[in-house]
Design a protein around this ligand. Structure first.
Ligand code: CAA
Length: 379
């Protein structure tokens, strides 16, 4: 086992770090306050190759490994976790899902613009009554000759308003349970496809989260991904990789908060010395750094396991579970170290604390990760 990065991975880390510091940091608090999508920055991320990092160059992606992707995700999310999730959904749910399971025409038409950052993607599984219980899909897609008629509602869709390409999971045969669920590519502008209300969220406020409504949307058969009935498996397989991205986002949030707290503890004085010289603060910093390191190892392990092939659902669930739990713990301690300053919006730590919470919820709650892990243990 080696812990050394390759030249390429070091270059990716430097590029992501520099981009985050130079282009995401200065306006991050304002974007959060105003719930403003980082349009210019997402375009730049596409130009820099961050939107299709793992997609092969044949489809205009970076052709990089998953470890490079999580390294970049950590650096971006340290500064701006909203930019992190926008990038993560496009990379690991949309581009990865299309490259792995889409056909040649779908890759040509949809993957190329997504991977190059010319367009943005969304992954549409959750519904008002189907969040964790993802098999209970109510959205239907009924075959009618050379197209399907799609009806239903999706909820909490990241990139919901800003995306152009939507991977939508729907029931094609309710009699068959999860084997009657299929996946489709929908495009913004299709008749009957409406973007619903934008959510006013606790955290990741500058990412764009919407409900989506489909009313008699006519979707060509050639937009189905894989065979009829493959949609649930498609969603689960895609989420296995997506969870590694969210684990890296959680790691970045934790690390960003820790670095701010460390720096602050050296500047802030109390009782005649910098607060980092008080053991109460030193113990907190030591705990935070240890948790971050443990999470990083789980995230890297899951990424490497994915790159090596084989089953990585267990490793990705563990990485997401642990990284998101410690993101909450570390950001709470980072606010504590900042005292009153940590509770106000001029300082980045309160935003990081709010951002951390979603990592325990989306792409499967912590409880869902425990289900995935324990099923694997008991298999
Ligand atoms: N990987 C691969 N296949 C999996 C899988 C996994 N992690 N989990 C389940 N499956 C397969 C099973 O093998 C089974 O296949 P077969 O019938 O062919 O053998 C099939 O899926 C059904 O499995 P279960 O019987 O275990 O299904 P279940 O109803 O008990 O649910 C679950 C399993 C793990 C709870 C699943 O429903 C789940 O992961 N729920 C959470 C959904 C989720 O993560 N939603 C997030 C929304 S996306 C999002 O947040 C994107 C965003 O915008 C940020």
């Amino acid at each position: 086992m080696t812990f050394d990065f390759t030249e390429e991975q070091l270059t990716v880390r430097e590029a992501a770090r520099e981009f985050a510091r130079n282009h995401l940091l200065h306006d991050a608090i304002a974007r959060d306050t105003e719930s403003r999508f980082p349009e210019k920055q997402v375009k730049q991320m596409g130009e820099l190759g961050f939107m299709g990092m793992m997609t092969s160059p044949e489809y205009l992606g970076g052709g990089m490994d998953t470890l490079s992707y999580v390294i970049a995700m950590e650096e971006i999310s340290k500064i701006d976790a909203s930019a992190g999730v926008i990038m993560s959904v496009n990379n690991s749910l949309v581009c990865w899902g299309l490259e792995k399971y889409g056909n040649a025409d779908q890759k040509e038409k949809f993957l190329k613009p997504l991977a190059s950052g010319a367009t943005l993607g969304a992954f549409c599984l959750s519904e008002p009554e189907a969040g964790s219980d993802a098999t209970s899909q109510k959205t239907t897609a009924v075959r009618n000759g050379d197209h399907y008629v799609v009806n239903g509602t999706k909820n909490w869709i990241t990139n919901g308003g800003t995306a152009n390409t939507y991977l939508v999971i729907a029931q094609t045969d309710p009699e068959k349970g999860h084997h009657g669920i299929s996946a489709f590519i929908l495009e913004k502008g299709m008749e009957g496809f409406t973007v619903g209300k934008k959510e006013d969220k606790l955290g990741i406020r500058s990412s764009d989260t919407h409900s989506l409504m489909f009313s008699e949307v006519s979707v060509p058969v050639e937009n189905r991904i894989g065979e009829e009935g493959f949609g649930f498996k498609f969603a689960m397989e895609t989420l296995n990789g997506g969870r590694i991205g969210i684990a890296a986002q959680a790691l970045g949030i934790a690390c960003g908060a820790y670095e701010l707290a460390l720096a602050y503890s050296k500047e802030r004085r109390a009782f005649g010395k910098p607060i980092c010289e008080h053991q109460a603060i030193q113990f907190k910093l030591a705990d935070m750094a240890t948790k971050i390191e443990a999470a990083r190892l789980l995230v890297y392990k899951a990424a490497c396991q994915k790159d090596q092939g084989g089953d990585y659902a267990h490793a990705s669930a563990m990485a997401k579970l642990y990284a998101s739990e410690i993101a909450m713990e570390v950001t709470i301690e980072a606010v504590q170290i900042h005292g009153g300053y940590g509770y106000v919006k001029e300082y980045h730590v309160e935003r990081l604390l709010r951002d951390a919470k979603i990592t325990q919820i989306y792409e499967g709650t912590s409880e869902i990760q425990k289900i995935v892990i324990s099923r694997n243990l008991l298999r």
